[in-house]
Design a protein around this ligand. Structure first.
Ligand SMILES: [Zn+2]
Length: 210
């Protein structure tokens, strides 16, 4: 357990947070305040990714993956394995997304969690902005009005592919920043795939089109 202080100056309650909560939204038990600052503090104290760490040097042909608030550890592990297989250069894990220190991630990552470069950021919109400042084009994998079939998306390097939360999808602020929205053509009735499966299909398609 660690003790953190409520970010709301009017409350400032000190409360305890357990290790397992480092991958969830943490809110103040008194006033309910939550947010990026407190999550960053919890992550920092548990050393689950250094919130202040700089992005590694990006090359002109970099492929970056942004994971926005993924809630399934198994999806994250599976995505890391695919990143290793298909040659992603960096994974930016944001918000509640489990990072490689999570004890269950190796079950699906099978060692990829130790070789794929990653950083953690408290929130996805600013992480995406950080990548854009490096000249990296942002592709959101999301079914939106402006989404094109990913088979028709022709994009050069460097790019970042954003995968959203399993239920909420890519958030509005990230969609607003992304220059491209892409969706995987569907034939069935559910019109959705598991997040890690969708990611693998999308990354393979984008790689194949280069
Ligand atoms: Zn509070």
């Amino acid at each position: 357990m660690i003790t953190v202080t409520c970010p709301d100056p009017a409350c400032s309650l000190d409360f305890e947070v357990g290790h397992g909560q480092a991958w969830r939204r943490v809110s103040c038990p008194a006033c309910g305040a939550e947010g990026a600052a407190i999550l960053a503090e919890v992550r920092r104290r548990f050393r689950t990714g250094d919130p202040g760490s700089a992005l590694p040097q990006m090359r002109d042909n970099s492929v970056v993956v942004v994971l926005e608030d993924l809630r399934s550890v198994h999806n994250v592990g599976s995505i890391l394995r695919t990143c290793d297989a298909f040659g992603a250069d960096l994974v930016v894990m944001t918000g509640v997304t489990a990072t490689p220190e999570h004890p269950k991630i190796a079950r699906t990552a099978l060692g990829a969690e130790q070789v794929v470069p990653w950083v953690w950021r408290a929130d996805a919109p600013s992480a995406v902005g950080e990548l854009q400042e490096l000249g990296i084009e942002i592709v959101a994998l999301e079914r939106t009005d402006k989404a094109v079939p990913i088979t028709e998306l022709h994009i050069g390097l460097p790019f970042a592919l954003v995968i959203g939360n399993e239920v909420a999808g890519v958030s509005g602020p990230v969609l607003a920043k992304a220059s491209r929205h892409a969706a995987i053509p569907m034939l069935g009735s559910k019109s959705s795939l598991n997040a890690s499966v969708a990611f693998a299909v999308a990354l393979w398609q984008l790689r194949s089109g280069l």
